[in-house]
Design a protein around this ligand. Structure first.
Ligand code: HEC
Ligand code: HEC
Length: 230
């Protein structure tokens, strides 16, 4: 960190940068208000030490917005961990938060979610000398990344095809399991696998600050998924 800089205002500007990126318009606005501030903080573009230590930055992000960030998996849990896509994911997608699972979203949803992330990376990579150094993938790497995410994506239930909709647990499954991603297709797992997945999802609800399901709700949803599983 540069001497004499103000950590709080740096954190603020970083947060603004990280959160924006919803639209190019916003990006332009943020970048233009940033310029004078950067000058004031003595961060001209030759000053490459003006960056916050990455681990530190990630911790702060986790504390301030953990509920929006993916809880993270370990690199060994990535599908085809030796593939180029897995390597790119571990390189580019862990710069701000934990390693996201490609199975969190469907092939249909990934272009939207990953597009938002890649836009952030490009924007922050363009701001050399800011508090946090972010590397953006090349366009070819972006393509490989997206292909990898889509290839290993979650399988969603086709809307309107919920099996045994009147059976116990069906309504609870629909209310509970589409909060963070598309409603998953019960056929993608065996009964045994579902027990473990539902347990892990309960953990995800906790770490993402959602209402946690009760033991009884876990049993009801698991029982429903077992009946409709592969
Ligand atoms: C520059 C920082 C940054 C990088 C790099 C980054 N993310 Fe994120 N990510 C965020 C922030 C901030 C949020 C929370 C706000 C949001 O969802 O847009 C987030 C949230 C997420 C979420 C949870 C929200 C959702 O819609 O499911 C997923 C999944 C995710 N990121 C995946 C990725 C992937 C995949 C990559 C690599 C291609 C990536 N991120 C790279 C900053 C980043
Ligand atoms: C708080 C957010 C959240 C909620 C609510 C949630 N999930 Fe998830 N889900 C995730 C995240 C994060 C991942 C990716 C990481 C992982 O697999 O743990 C994921 C991945 C998945 C996957 C793909 C991974 C695999 O092992 O097949 C399935 C299937 C799934 N969820 C099913 C469910 C079911 C069933 C429910 C309802 C009981 C549910 N989810 C509720 C966050 C959530």
């Amino acid at each position: 960190m540069t001497q004499g800089s103000e950590p709080s205002s740096r954190l603020f500007t970083t947060m603004v940068l990280v959160l924006s990126g919803a639209s190019l318009f916003l990006m332009g606005a943020v970048v233009s208000c940033m310029m004078p501030m950067m000058g004031m903080m003595g961060m001209d573009d030759k000053n490459d030490q003006g960056m916050m230590d990455q681990g530190h930055m990630k911790d702060m992000m986790q504390q301030m917005m953990g509920g929006m960030l993916p809880p993270g998996i370990t690199p060994q849990d990535l599908p085809e961990p030796e593939s180029r896509g897995a390597k790119l994911l571990s390189t580019y997608c862990t710069q701000c938060h934990n390693l996201p699972s490609p199975r969190m979203h469907t092939a249909e949803d990934w272009p939207r979610v990953a597009g938002r992330m890649l836009m952030r990376e490009r924007m922050m990579a363009g701001m050399r000398g800011m508090m946090m150094q972010v590397k953006a993938p090349s366009s070819q790497e972006e393509e490989t990344l997206l292909q990898y995410l889509q290839q290993h994506a979650m399988r969603a239930l086709v809307p309107g095809t919920v099996l045994m909709p009147d059976s116990p647990g069906a309504a609870l499954f629909q209310q509970t399991c589409a909060q963070c991603h598309a409603l998953p297709d019960p056929k993608q797992h065996t009964a045994l696998e579902w027990t473990a997945v539902v347990k892990r999802m309960r953990q995800n609800m906790k770490s993402m600050g959602r209402r946690e399901i009760t033991d009884q709700e876990v049993r009801d949803i698991t029982a429903y998924l077992e009946r409709t599983s592969r």
